[in-house]
Design a protein around this ligand. Structure first.
Ligand code: MV4
Length: 450
């Protein structure tokens, strides 16, 4: 059976997917908006097709245009990358309905994990540890909600079932704030997600963000590829990710990952997936599942040697996972710095023409980017322009290699967060390992105020 892949994404991840296609001998079609027609990943693609105007909702989020593009070019598979339509169950269902292959899980699994109450219930059923919370959706009655909160213990956090990624949630410190917080969050949820359903958890005040990568073939085989620490974040945007999570016991990872694979089996999961956890007091607590490839997948590839995008494509083509857990080894430490085109002071996007671009190179270094000299960073999309990934036999070596890489990177014409990343590599708390999710924002506020 011969296949052809439509790449329904842009930027560095489009190039990453093209690389996997070339490795597997799968011809590809690059979808692009009018703003991206001159980009390298469009010019260098086997084939390309314009799917609409610059605005994402008219192009990379345009389901009929993408399905039509696949049909028109004879592509039978669609890779959504990350962001855009990657976790849109309607997109996966539309592709399935056309008899095409969505490179990702079944629409049913995307839908189930997109509903955070259902996701939580599925994890509890599979024995994945969850944060103490409401057994299901919050009832309408304020008195009953008060009793649930009392049972959990304050502080609690009220979350929208249709939310995720930090959207639609509110921390409640004491009972006097509860009624208003529930009412406000419910209205936001109704408006933003079209679903007023809420749930409640105990609020963890100083956790780390640790996630587990899995691969499943939908034929009963699944492996985990270990953990990543993504605590170094600001406004729900990850800044640095690393594998493995410093100081988290291997035995705990193995135990929880086995339960995650049970959950995958129970829901008929297929493809790559990420289980997000909060880590506090030596315990992991599930928060959400991401049913897609993640930006930070390279750190896992560096420590396991597993090509996750290749695995996604093989699974999508119906190949059984040629990998058992015993085949998955973990070697050394990897760190990723996200390079964003942004103003260092305001952190706002800094689009423009790249007048100089010299990527770093060196032992253990990987650079995933679509940048080149003369490239025009468009203002319409996410500001991620490059990912520097440094691997080494240990964390100290990975940090040293990243420091050298950041110092060697030459970029002009756009502002980037490279100076911030260089400072973070020298930051005592980062170097110690194990900083929590509040660390970076607190540090930056302190520096801004000082
Ligand atoms: C939490 C939490 C503390 N306690 N849940 C934010 C994004 C979404 N994935 C879940 N989030 C959180 N849920 C409980 N019970 C703190 C956060 C949180 C967070 C989590 C991971 C990474 C960054 C974060 C930043 C702020 C809040």
């Amino acid at each position: 059976m011969t296949h052809k892949l439509l790449i329904a994404n842009r930027g560095e991840i489009a190039l990453r997917i093209q690389r996997a296609c070339r490795k597997l001998g799968i011809p590809h079609v690059q979808a692009c908006s009018q703003a991206d027609q001159e980009a390298r990943y469009v010019r260098e693609a086997d084939q390309s097709i314009c799917i609409g105007p610059a605005r994402a909702r008219d192009s990379y989020l345009n389901i009929p245009a993408l399905v039509y593009a696949a049909r028109a070019t004879g592509a039978d598979m669609i890779h959504p990358g990350y962001g855009f339509l990657s976790e849109n169950a309607d997109f996966a269902a539309a592709i399935e309905a056309e008899g095409l292959i969505f490179v990702g899980p079944p629409a049913s699994a995307i839908l189930a994990m997109g509903n955070k109450v259902r996701a939580r219930q599925a994890m509890i059923a599979a024995g994945v540890p969850c944060i103490p919370g409401s057994p299901g959706p919050l009832p309408p009655d304020a008195g009953e909600i008060r009793r649930i909160a009392q049972g959990i213990g304050y502080p609690v956090i009220v979350k929208a079932s249709g939310g995720g990624g930090g959207r639609g949630m509110r921390v409640v410190a004491t009972e006097v704030e509860l009624d208003d917080a529930v009412a406000l969050t419910r209205e936001e949820a109704r408006t933003a997600f079209g679903n007023p359903e809420l749930y409640m958890e105990r609020y963890l005040t100083t956790p780390r963000h640790v996630e587990l990568q899995v691969l499943c073939d939908g034929q009963g085989n699944g492996v985990h590829l270990g953990d990543r620490d993504c605590s170094m974040q600001r406004r729900h945007q990850k800044v640095i990710e690393e594998a493995p999570a410093p100081g988290v016991p291997r035995a705990l990872i193995e135990r929880v990952a086995a339960r995650c694979l049970d959950a995958c089996k129970a829901m008929g999961y297929r493809g790559a997936g990420t289980f997000e956890f909060l880590y506090e007091n030596d315990e992991l607590f599930f928060i959400e599942m991401n049913t897609r490839l993640q930006v930070e997948h390279p750190v896992t590839e560096m420590v396991t040697g597993v090509d996750i995008v290749e695995a996604q494509l093989r699974i999508a083509m119906g190949e059984p996972l040629g990998l058992t857990q015993a085949d998955v080894g973990f070697s050394g430490h990897a760190i990723e710095c996200r390079i964003n085109a942004e103003d260092p002071a305001t952190m706002l996007p800094s689009p423009g023409r790249v007048s100089e671009w010299q990527p770093p190179a060196g032992e253990g270094l990987r650079v995933d980017t679509h940048l080149h000299e003369g490239y025009e960073v468009p203002p319409h999309y996410d500001s991620l322009v490059a990912k520097l990934i440094a691997h080494g036999p240990d964390r100290a070596t990975a940090i040293a290699r990243m420091e050298a890489a950041l110092a060697a990177t030459r970029v002009a014409g756009i502002a980037t967060n490279i100076p911030l990343q260089a400072r973070l590599m020298r930051d005592a708390a980062f170097r110690a390992g194990g900083a929590g999710i509040n660390y970076l924002e607190t540090k930056m506020k302190a520096e801004a105020g000082a």
